[in-house]
Design a binder for this molecule. Structure first.
Ligand code: IPE
Ligand code: IPE
Ligand code: MG
Length: 623
């Protein structure tokens, strides 16, 4: 159930605006005086520590400001704990862990004696935020940055991604309030670049403070392009090389944050927040550009005039946009509902083990070098399974879901690292609506209530969001975030997936990177392509298994399965269970993989039944 929130009329001047937001935000900060004080503390902290962020939050509707202050303050507390230079690394890690463990307890209790956690817990319950998705971001906070080195931009970017879960929490707030910051799939890449641009802008702003601590958190490939610049910067010398490097980096950050297409079609209020963030970052970069040697002495900020020039029209625009939008506030969730996921950080054993096979069949024991890393399955034959029984086709899909669970249990038991399942292809839209609805609804139910939720399974989704129901996309993304730090099996579900579509999108991402000067088209290699895939860390498929007596790959994983061992079985998908997966893996273990090489037979006569030894090709590595 949701209650309507009546938007405030457009503010005419700053003083009126401040008064109005106090009046309207009050009930939204709760009636409990301690809670209101907690939110006020978060507001003060945000305003003092980061006036730019504070100004952006002021562009949001009053109802969304308190949760944003709470989120920002929590993030900055964790950052400060990580940054305490006078404290040993082990002690810093212990302090961060103590804070996050206390948060977990507070979430279960629904309140906290610590004001910032009090506000954060209230925010999480009120707005149905799943804070477990922040685990990855927190894990990076405990990373010791002193020895951090990045070879290239992709490595740097992977490190920067820790910011994304925090920004996603804010996007979730907008969504809950009914004004989603929805990004079309073809804008995802722009969004990622925008986040990179924000990180690079921050880094350039804080350069003097970082250098004072001996830190230069830039990729080696960027530093090497300007010989001597790294040493000069580290020694506080504003040389021509250092100036050229900084000039190049500010230009790059400016390009990354300038993404006008990203907000096209978005709610105008949400779009104003993002576009203003971009304008403020460009003003910040102008200040960095103008600073020259002063950049190495202290952080540079844009002038009040430059900020006002950006913020004044943005305030009017956002006030108008929000005044036209009736927002909703969800009914708060009771405590503990959010803590069902103990997470690996809880004690490392908090996950439910898979139930045993009904006939107590056990997984075979295979040597590690005979195990595939990645098995991909085309689960075919649901329709024929149902027809064979005189049932409607959709009954076949229901039965098929049970077989998916079986495969996941089997994968966990045998210790498989990656399992990828083909659930719905971009071609399957040709089927009738009822059948499509059953498949998608069954998937949604699995994500929301299924038995895999509490197992050590990192769930991922591969495919396009367009045409899929919004709720399903939301559940897929939510589970991706919620389970992102799990270490057991990576289960990738391909829904609205097409291999050619994946390759086309990757080519588009590469073309964009080339346009931005990040890759040279003449030097493009396979690894560059792989790095621009939607899931760059997905390893090559070792074994591709199709059930249902068909011998084709139907547009499934053409890049990853280029050298996969193929395995086709006649039975319909719902008739398979985990022992069939083990059978497939056992068959794989007997195959001889060559990758184009000539096998060198092993010398020992006892080994003549084993496949001859092949040196692995480094290109077929597990990413
Ligand atoms: C595979 O089963 C599942 C999906 C394609 C969603 P099918 O529905 O293709 O079953 P058959 O091939 O018609 O028997
Ligand atoms: C492939 O099966 C897609 C999935 C299993 C999701 P299809 O049944 O759709 O493939 P074709 O049509 O037989 O090639
Ligand atoms: Mg089929």
């Amino acid at each position: 159930m949701r209650t309507k929130f009546q938007p405030t009329p457009a503010p005419l001047d700053t003083a009126t605006h401040a008064r109005r937001s106090r009046v309207t935000a009050r009930p939204l900060m709760g009636e409990d005086p301690a809670l209101r004080a907690a939110y006020r503390l978060c507001r003060r902290t945000t305003r003092l520590h980061d006036p730019g962020i504070y100004a952006l939050i002021q562009l949001m509707p009053a109802v969304l400001r308190p949760p944003c202050w709470a989120l920002w303050t929590a993030a900055s507390i964790l950052d400060d704990l990580a940054d305490q230079q006078d404290v040993e690394q082990a002690e810093r890690v212990a302090r961060i862990q103590a804070w996050t463990q206390a948060l977990r307890r507070d979430l279960a209790a629904g309140t906290s004696t610590d004001p910032v956690r009090h506000a954060l817990v209230d925010t999480a319950l009120r707005w149905h935020l799943d804070l477990s998705s922040l685990q990855g971001a927190v894990a990076r906070t405990v990373d010791d940055v002193r020895d951090r080195r990045f070879v290239d931009w992709p490595e740097w970017r992977a490190w920067c991604e820790a910011l994304v879960p925090w920004v996603d929490q804010v996007r979730h707030l907008f969504e809950q309030a009914g004004a989603p910051m929805t990004l079309r799939l073809d804008r995802q890449q722009d969004y990622k670049r925008f986040i990179d641009g924000a990180q690079l802008t921050d880094l350039l702003t804080d350069l003097s403070a970082d250098l004072a601590q001996g830190l230069l958190l830039l990729p080696q490939e960027a530093l090497d392009a300007f010989p001597g610049a790294e040493d000069d910067l580290r020694q506080g010398r504003w040389s021509p090389a250092a100036a050229a490097l900084i000039g190049e980096l500010t230009a790059l950050a400016r390009r990354w944050v300038t993404r006008p297409v990203m907000t096209r079609g978005m709610h105008p209020g949400a779009a104003t927040v993002l576009n203003t963030a971009a304008c403020l970052m460009r003003a910040q970069l102008d200040a960095v550009d103008a600073a020259g040697p002063a950049l190495l002495k202290r952080a540079q900020r844009p002038s009040v005039v430059a900020r006002t020039r950006v913020l004044a029209p943005a305030r009017l625009r956002s006030a108008l946009a929000w005044s036209l939008t009736p927002l909703t506030v969800p009914t708060p969730r009771p405590p503990a509902a959010d803590t069902s996921d103990p997470g690996p950080a809880a004690d490392g054993t908090g996950f439910r083990p898979p139930p045993s096979h009904p006939d107590a069949i056990r997984a075979p024991q295979l040597a590690a070098d005979q195990m595939p890393s990645h098995v991909a399955v085309i689960m075919d034959g649901n329709g024929r399974w149902a027809e064979q029984r005189g049932l409607p086709r959709h009954e076949g899909h229901r039965a098929g879901i049970a077989a998916v669970y079986e495969m996941v249990y089997g994968a966990l038991e045998i210790g498989l690292r990656h399992l990828t399942v083909y659930m719905f292809s971009t071609e399957n839209w040709k089927r009738d609506t009822e059948e499509i609805t059953t498949i998608l609804e069954a998937t949604q139910r699995e994500l929301d209530e299924g038995p895999l939720r509490d197992m050590n399974v990192r769930q991922r989704w591969s495919g396009r969001p367009d045409r899929l129901p919004e709720d399903l996309v939301h559940s897929l993304r939510r589970e991706e975030h919620r389970t992102r730090t799990r270490t057991g099996l990576t289960l990738t579900t391909c829904i609205n997936y097409g291999g050619r579509d994946e390759i086309t999108r990757t080519a588009a991402a590469l073309a964009q990177a080339a346009r931005e000067g990040e890759v040279d088209p003449h030097l493009l290699g396979e690894d560059d392509f792989a790095r621009h895939l939607p899931h760059p860390d997905m390893p090559d498929v070792d074994l591709l298994w199709r059930t249902g007596n068909e011998q084709r790959t139907s547009n499934f994983l053409p890049w990853h399965a280029a050298y996969a061992e193929l395995y086709f079985t006649p039975g319909y998908w719902p008739d398979n269970d985990r022992s069939d997966l083990w059978q497939a893996i056992t068959e794989y273990s007997r195959r001889q993989r060559r990758h184009g090489a000539v096998p060198t037979p092993l010398p020992s006569p006892e080994n003549h039944h084993s496949p001859p030894h092949i040196q692995p090709d480094p290109r077929h590595r597990a990413r």
